[in-house]
Design a protein around this ligand. Structure first.
Ligand code: C2E
Ligand code: MG
Ligand code: MG
Ligand code: MG
Length: 288
């Protein structure tokens, strides 16, 4: 029932838009209670080192199990949380949960945690990370913070200072979804990242598309010149892995290796990966 009272108002009252907006508002309200109602959990996806054929760590990925809607994708609820201070609390929960989990892995496995640009708005992040590390007892060198290019678009000195301080504390910093944002090159001069994560959009058609191949090639050269590690995201097919290996990419992540999994599956995944790594090093060329 759109009421068309006056010019420009028709959009405001369009029933579908109204319903959609109401829906977002409801979702946001539910999101406010998600932590206390224990509706979040993390899944973990292996980071796989091509040459040694070993899993070197896991990326923590946030999941929200809504009581009536089921699993809500992070692409929907993270932007909602970013509009308020909610992302600060959620981000803190993720850090603590991921580090508590990593503390149970008694090896030198990396734990990669996504940090939203909005978490860097205030002065909270540095203290949260240092606090969470201390509580968990995980050594800072095992933590890899993943940030996206949108953060650096705003080129804020405060952000750079926070990154430098984290780095000084021993935390590693990875640049996520590389190649999809703006002004990708300028801030590489201003901040020395430890790792570049090549976005999955460049990986998908890599074996057949000359343009994607050229882009990945340039990114890998860039990373080498800046002494950054490289990991390609969204590797689903053997041909992509082979091409990336030939091109000199160091690590991969994707469904070919493993889908994100709940924490309790990690020990078995890890045993399996070590067994296959041994076999594959012995010369049988099968995929894990
Ligand atoms: P991301 O950090 O780039 O994470 C990679 C995404 O690709 C994940 O989606 C993962 O499940 C998916 N993926 C992994 N391998 C493959 C593959 O082989 N093929 C395809 N098609 N997809 C693959 P997910 O878990 O839905 O997360 C989406 C995005 O949400 C993440 O992108 C990240 O930006 C954000 N996110 C997830 N967890 C958190 C969090 O704890 N905090 C913040 N701030 N953002 C998060
Ligand atoms: Mg990520
Ligand atoms: Mg990514
Ligand atoms: Mg992404």
């Amino acid at each position: 029932e759109a009421k068309l009272t006056g010019r420009g108002r028709c959009i405001e009252y369009h029933p579908e838009l109204l319903a959609e907006r109401q829906d977002r508002r409801n979702l946001e309200m539910d999101l406010r209670h998600a932590i206390e109602r224990d509706e979040f959990h993390l899944e973990y996806q292996p980071l796989y080192h091509i040459e040694s054929r070993r899993i070197t760590g896991y990326e923590a990925l946030l999941r929200w199990q809504h009581p009536t809607r089921g699993l809500v994708p992070p692409e929907i609820f993270i932007p909602l949380a970013e509009k308020s201070e909610l992302i600060i609390h959620i981000g803190d929960w993720v850090l603590r949960e991921a580090l508590a989990q990593a503390a149970t892995w008694n090896e030198n496995l990396t734990i990669a945690v996504n940090v939203s640009p909005a978490q860097m708005r205030g002065e909270m992040l540095l203290g949260q990370i240092i606090g969470a590390l201390a509580t968990s007892g995980v050594s800072p060198g095992r933590l890899e913070i993943e940030i996206t290019e949108t953060l650096l678009m705003h080129e804020c000195d405060m952000h750079l200072r926070t990154l430098h301080r984290l780095r000084a504390h021993g935390v590693r910093i990875a640049l996520d979804d590389f190649g999809t944002g703006y002004s990708s090159l300028n801030y590489l001069r201003r901040f020395p990242f430890d790792k570049l994560k090549i976005d999955q959009s460049f990986v998908q058609d890599l074996p057949v598309n000359a343009e994607s191949r050229a882009i990945v090639d340039i990114v890998l050269t860039l990373a080498r010149r800046f002494r950054m590690e490289t990991i390609a995201e969204g590797v689903e097919e053997e041909a992509q892995l082979t091409t990336l290996a030939e091109m000199g990419c160091q690590q991969v992540q994707g469904y070919l290796i493993a889908r994100p999994m709940p924490a309790h599956k990690i020990p078995a995944e890890h045993r399996r990966s070590r067994a296959t790594a041994g076999r594959r090093l012995a010369g049988d060329g099968t995929v894990p």
